[in-house]
Design a protein around this ligand. Structure first.
Ligand code: PMP
Length: 362
């Protein structure tokens, strides 16, 4: 072993869902939006003069911060933007989780949390979701160095009731509590109104899902001006220019079209509800999802088998080979047509399987 090897910061990185490059595929594996961004986004990108790229972007990302603040009914001083909510969350971990005490998050949750904790050397303790995949607020009463959970949770899609979030906040006045609302726009209730009451709360959202801009990388945190100042201090200690000029233009254009945002999220919710009915009829069970995905298990066909069978058809869903959830598939909601192809395939596959099963038993 070379001497310098002991000085390396070693980490096991996060594994994102695969991004196959196929023209004919149904991609239900990374919770992307099946619809394009608001039409104004394409216009804004076309208008962006290449000559402007000589210049650095505004380090404060002012136009985007102002637009988010206006949309959310906040002061610009309460908004921090980053390169996707992954960047925002990583900055939050680095800025706020420094007590030396373990931070707390659910055992089944976004699998980036333990990666950030590891890379920043933050101790953590996971708290088990109950059998129904609910967060148990009492588990977060113990002494800790901070709390983070998504709402709705990922990959379960389960919403944490506002009373439970408030209960967790009430029991944690001395640490920062982060609610990761990547999926909140698909019918869940935001913790945003609680900002007025709790100065230790940070709400994080993203343009990746409900605004169809996963490829543009825009995320944001909302909190008290004091917490946002601390976040900016850390950001400016890394990279002043996180938001490039295209992201600023696209983000502002997306926010300018509220009608489009409402229409597409409503459409995805409608497709989700229809998908739930058909999945139930096919023998799947799942907790009610308030996100743009459904986390489902089948009564007799193993998830791993279904995952592989779907993949063979170029239908991609997400499968996590992890304790407690290794018999579940996380299915992103696509268009109605995509969901029909997916569900029709499942219907045929499960019927053939049942038939073959009967034949071998007879
Ligand atoms: N939080 C959760 C719970 C997520 O599932 C994701 C998407 N992988 C993110 C944050 C990050 O999304 P983005 O960086 O695209 O905003």
């Amino acid at each position: 072993m070379k001497a310098w090897e002991s000085n390396i910061r070693r980490v096991v990185p996060y594994t994102p869902g695969e991004q196959p490059d196929k023209t004919k595929m149904i991609k239900l594996n990374t919770n992307e939006n099946p619809y394009p961004p608001a039409p104004g986004v394409a216009g804004a990108l076309r208008e962006l003069a290449a000559d402007r790229l000589r210049l650095y972007p505004d380090p404060t990302a002012g136009v985007l911060v102002d637009a988010i603040a206006a949309e959310m009914g906040l002061a610009p001083e309460q908004v921090f933007v980053g390169v996707g909510s992954d960047d925002v969350l990583a900055m939050c971990f680095l800025t706020f989780f420094n007590s030396g005490k373990p931070i707390l998050f659910p055992d089944i949750t976004y699998s980036f949390y333990d990666v950030w904790a590891d890379v920043f050397r933050i101790p953590y303790e996971t708290q088990p979701l109950n059998e129904r995949f609910d967060i148990v607020p009492e588990d977060y009463y113990k002494e800790n160095g901070g709390v983070i959970f998504p709402n709705p949770n990922a990959p379960t899609g389960v919403e944490c009731p506002q009373e439970d979030i408030e209960d967790i906040l009430r029991h944690n006045p001395d640490v920062i509590v982060i609610v990761d609302e990547a999926y909140v726009d698909f019918g869940a209730r935001s913790a945003l109104p609680l900002l007025e009451k709790y100065d230790n709360l940070i709400v994080v959202q993203t343009f990746s899902k409900s605004r169809s801009l996963a490829g543009m990388r825009i995320g944001y945190a909302m909190a008290s001006p004091e917490l946002i100042r601390y976040l900016n201090d850390v950001k400016y200690s890394f990279n002043s220019y996180t938001m490039d000029q295209t992201a600023l233009a696209a983000g502002v254009a997306s926010l300018a079209d509220r009608q489009y945002f409402e229409n597409t999220t409503r459409r995805i919710i409608a497709t989700r509800e229809r998908t739930k009915e058909r999945l139930h009829a096919l023998g799947f069970s799942f907790r009610d999802s308030r996100s743009n995905f459904i986390f489902a298990t089948h009564k007799n066909c193993p998830a791993k088998e279904l995952f592989a069978a779907l993949r063979k058809q170029d239908i991609y869903v997400r499968y996590f080979d992890k304790p407690r959830i290794d018999n579940y598939l996380r299915i992103t909601i696509g268009t109605d047509e995509e969901m029909d192809v997916f569900l029709d395939f499942l219907e045929r596959y499960l019927a053939d399987r049942k038939h073959n099963d009967c034949m071998t038993r007879n």
